[in-house]
Every structure is written in structure tokens, then in C-alpha cells.
Design a protein around this ligand. Structure first.
Ligand SMILES: NC(=O)c1ccc[n+]([C@@H]2O[C@H](COP(=O)([O-])OP(=O)(O)OC[C@H]3O[C@@H](n4cnc5c(N)ncnc54)[C@H](OP(=O)(O)O)[C@@H]3O)[C@@H](O)[C@H]2O)c1
Length: 294
């Protein structure tokens, strides 16, 4: 049995590849640059050139494949239909928590963003379901890996500059998401299920900075910006204005309460142990924050 992992060089995909290889499976990684991917993926993984925007690359990537870990960029491309026609019998979808939200006409920037995310991710899930093949949807909440956006500044000056230091979400370790995906690829226990996977509890931005500091053995200072300062800085950094708008709202939303993405107990119910903490994630990624990342 060959399992195709798409998005195989990504945060979660890389962990899925490692998990499958560790379980003794035959794995093919679909990548856009096989030479670069060779350095990032384990020996023994077959590399197939594949690009969701290039249908000519799909037959080679899909030949002989029976199960697919499906990255969200497949949405709207026709890849799923072609995969099903080529003989794939099971899809495990890398989705997002928003796919489980109720449709919303909230006109705020955050409301519009979440509705777009819901439509895109639920849209891909529905395309998979319509094939009639086996499926599991794995819907991560906000990823701890988003904190890698701080890595450059922490390496340079040991400081994090953000608005709303007390804001936070139950950030999920990519390894937890990948473990659930691997279980769904390899067993029949999760067929037809949609799982929203989060970290164990809300972790504020101040706590995230402190955890990264503890992981690298140095103080990482949290410098609180006003929302207006942060918004202006993000525009200078090149964020589209609507992204800066919803980011501010996303953080403001989770200062006192859980915000748009409260924690779930799904990971523990499936795996029988609590999800990894942000402190664990920071230890696993210490090299990214001290300039020794591979
Ligand atoms: N960030 C979050 O908190 C969060 C939470 C839930 C869901 N999500 C969802 O996760 C997705 C994005 O995650 P990310 O940007 O952080 O991904 P990532 O982990 O950086 O991975 C990106 C992957 O996409 C592959 N890729 C890019 N363009 C491709 C193409 N045209 N054809 C085939 N593969 C392509 C890359 O492969 P190569 O470059 O090697 O070819 C790489 O493996 C989004 O859909 C987002 O909605 C994110």
C-alpha cells in the first residue's frame, strides 16, 4: 500500500511523513521541488514531483496510491476527483477548525475571515465526501507553529512586540495533529469523523514568549504595542489591510475569554493522553529561536 502525503514539507505534513515511516509504511511525498525536499524528509520516502496548480503532474504522483493525506491547497483544483478516479480509496483531510463553524454573516473583519476559512475548508471536505471514498477530516485550531513568525526577531533581539499580551488561544502542536492524521490513515477507527484538535488550554502571548525564553535559556521580553501601533507596523511589514484588521480582532477577541477557538478534548479522547503543551512545542523548536535550525 502506498500512501501519498501532500504538503509533505509543511509543518504538519513533515510529521505525518515521519509518523508513517516510523510505522513501516510505504510513503510517497508529493513536493514541488524534490531536490530541496530530499534534505527535509527521511530516507526511504519516495519523492514525486506534484503541484496542485499543475494537473500534468498528478498522474505520476497518484499512480498506485491507495490513501492520501490531503493538504488544503487542493481546494478548487480537481485534484480530489482525479485522485478518486485513479484508485485512491481513503482521504485524510488537513482541514481547519473553521470548517466546523456555523455559516455566519458577521460583517466584522474577523467574521468575514472566519467565514472565508469555513467555506474553503468545508468546501474541500465536501468535495472529498462526494467521492464516496473513505474520509476523515482533521481540523486543527490555531497552530503553535504560528509563533515561528517571531523567530527572526527573537534571534536578533530576544523580544516579542505584539498587541494584547493577555490574549491567547489553545495553540496546537503540529505533532498532535499529525498523530491523529496517521491514526486515521492507518486504522479504520476514524472513518467518517471530523475532529477539531487544539492544544490543552489557552496560552497567552506573554506566556508564549516566556515559554520560548525558558526553552532557549534566555529571557524573551514581551513588549506590548497598542492595537494602533501593531496595525501600522503590520502594514509596513506588507500585510494586506484586511489581514491586519482581522488579526487585531482575533487577538482582541481572546483577551478575557476563549475567543473564536476554545479548547477541545478531542486529542485526549482519541489518543488517550493530553495534548502537548506550548512549553513542549517551544522546547521542540528551540533551535528555530536560537539560530541553529536545520
Ligand atoms: N496556521 C494555522 O494556525 C492553521 C490552522 C488550521 C489550518 N491551517 C491551514 O493550513 C494551511 C496552510 O498551512 P501553512 O501555510 O502553515 O503550510 P505549511 O505548513 O507551511 O506547508 C505548506 C505546504 O504546502 C505545499 N504547497 C504549497 N503550494 C503548493 C502547490 N501549489 N501544490 C502542492 N503543494 C503546495 C508546500 O510544499 P512544497 O513547497 O514542498 O512543494 C508545503 O508542504 C492553510 O490552508 C490554513 O488555512 C492553518
Amino acid at each position: 500500500m502506498t500512501i501519498l502525503v501532500t504538503g509533505a514539507t509543511g509543518n504538519i505534513g513533515r510529521r505525518v511523513v515521519h509518523g508513517l515511516v516510523g510505522a513501516g509504511q510505504r510513503v510517497r511525498a508529493m513536493v514541488r521541488d524534490p531536490l530541496a525536499a530530499r534534505l527535509r524528509l527521511p530516507e526511504g520516502v519516495e519523492l514525486a514531483l506534484g503541484d496542485f496548480t499543475r494537473p500534468d503532474t498528478w498522474p505520476g504522483a497518484l499512480a498506485g496510491v491507495s490513501r492520501v493525506y490531503l493538504f488544503p491547497f487542493a481546494h478548487g483544483t480537481g485534484f480530489v476527483e482525479e485522485a478518486a478516479a485513479a484508485g485512491v480509496g481513503r482521504f485524510v483531510v488537513h482541514s481547519a477548525a473553521a470548517a466546523g463553524f456555523a455559516p455566519s454573516d458577521d460583517p466584522s473583519a474577523l467574521g468575514r475571515h472566519l467565514e472565508e476559512e469555513r467555506q474553503a475548508h468545508r468546501g474541500l471536505e465536501l468535495v472529498v465526501e462526494a467521492t464516496g471514498k473513505e474520509w476523515t477530516h482533521v481540523r486543527p485550531g490555531l497552530l503553535a507553529a504560528n509563533a515561528l513568525g517571531w523567530a527572526e526577531r527573537i534571534r536578533a533581539s530576544r523580544v516579542v512586540r505584539e498587541p494584547y499580551g493577555r490574549s491567547g488561544y489553545p495553540l496546537v502542536h503540529e505533532a498532535d495533529v499529525a498523530e491523529v492524521a496517521v491514526a486515521a490513515l492507518l486504522t479504520t477507527d476514524h472513518l467518517g469523523s471530523a475532529y477539531t484538535i487544539t492544544g490543552p488550554a489557552k496560552v497567552t502571548q506573554v506566556e508564549q514568549a516566556a515559554a520560548i525564553g525558558a526553552a532557549i535559556g534566555a529571557e524573551v521580553r514581551f513588549e506590548e504595542l497598542t492595537p494602533a501601533q501593531a496595525h501600522a507596523q503590520w502594514l509596513v511589514d506588507g500585510y494586506p489591510p484586511e489581514v491586519a484588521d482581522w488579526l487585531i480582532e482575533l487577538l482582541a477577541d481572546a483577551v478575557d475569554g476563549p475567543g473564536a477557538l476554545p479548547p477541545t478534548t478531542t486529542y485526549e479522547e482519541i489518543m488517550g493522553r493530553p495534548p502537548r503543551t506550548f512549553a513542549q512545542w517551544a522546547r521542540d523548536h528551540a533551535a528555530d529561536f536560537i539560530g541553529e535550525a536545520a
